[in-house]
Design a protein around this ligand. Sequence first.
Ligand code: BG6
Length: 496
Amino acid sequence: MNLAKNVSPDDLPCSFVIFGATGNLASNKLLPALYHLEVAARLAESLTIIAFSRRDWTTESWREHVREVLRGKIKGSLDTPVFERFIARFAYHKGDLNDVESFRALAERLPPESACSSAVFYLAIKPAEFGAVIQNLEAVGLNKPRGLNRVVIEKPFGEDLESAQMLNRLLHQYFDEEQVYRIDHFLGKETVQNLLVFRFANTLIEPLWNRNFIDHVQITVAESIGIEKRADYYDHAGALRDMLQNHLMQLLTVVAMEPPPALEADALRDEKVKVLRSIRPIGKRAVHAHAVRAQYARGSVDGQMVQAYQQEDDVEPNSITETFVAAKFYIDNWRWRGVPFYLRTGKRMSRQTSMIAIRFRHPPQQLFRETPLETIAPNWVLLSIQPEESMHMEIHVKQPGLDMDTRVMQMNASFLKTDEQTLDAYETLLLDVIEGDRSLFIRFDEVEWAWQVVDPILKNWTVEREFIPTYPAGSWGPAEANRLFDSDDQTWRNEV
Ligand code: BG6
């Protein structure tokens, strides 16, 4: 969030090591984000980026690979002095994550502590590999200087409550908490940060933001893509672990949290944890009433037929891994008691849409009962996260004319002015890591409470393994998701 004040150039790291440099995450997110930071002149001159991977490459062939990757992702020419400066920062380090000798060689190529204060280690690897890297970093002394060298961990942090606690114990054995950056890239998205501003910088909104005025909240993250080449990870994770436990739960906390006393890391995280702790635990027998899972079947997305999940490469033929999950939560505190929060996310859905939709209550008195307005629709506030970042407020106005007819007007506020460009969440977050601002990173108690919330669902699904409903690819998910609603006038909102 760039809250870090007066970062001295001496405190900036001068090595940025990417473990898993040849993987999807590095190509899709990290390399473009680092390049954008170069363009914005936010990378210190002394920063070297080291790609750590098992492949038999050299620094030269790696640089060629970066050029290729960015050519597909960056608009405009790459033959510029800025790009040349960027590419010159890279070095390739061939190594095995499980081999301590590879880490010893890495340590030798990093500048000595006397010459540079710190390094960032980015774990863009499978969760199962985190442990080996953490231990090997420690074995060669790269967890020091304590407090300065940083380790960035991608979600999911563990695969359930117990494994998350074990991973955290391991981390804390070798690193101090202030060295650990648990990343949830949704917190870096512009709309999500804007939600904080929308709620806490506008006195107009805050008095309405509670159970007296809000009927329910919906959080949708729908993706039209399938699992791409990630079956190896996804078939064990599923939508609940991949998206709901982290990204959607974080969005829920930002919608529901109390204003923090200050806009700084721990104050924000304290408020988010209070929300997670207030979520009503789902009893064993209530799982069916609170959660729905499903898997995509064959169908048409954007006019193209796509195969069923079970036919994707490397997916177990009878896999019952969910690619869709919808769940209902209640937050038992003064502000939200009785207001359902409906969350859903899925792959291969009709289109890529992520939004937070807040539905307000009906007016207390039906003043227009004798007029055509009898069934007046409630107001909505819609915060769109993807594909565009914007905010919409729906209100009723009278249609001009002799009759008492209304129409719904949308007051639209796009966050971007026409000459502004949006950046991906990763630019913000990588800059925060470099500058040492942890406000948009997750503290372990947030992870722990979020696992606590979804644990009953996970346990139930682990036992019930015979059957999973399906939905056609290209649809809005299974009809079963409608049974979560508390009242007949609640339905999923698919469009802004
Ligand atoms: C990742 C999930 O964390 O977020 C992916 O592992 C998902 O499955 C992705 O596709 C969505 O993020 P974004 O920013 O691309 O919408």
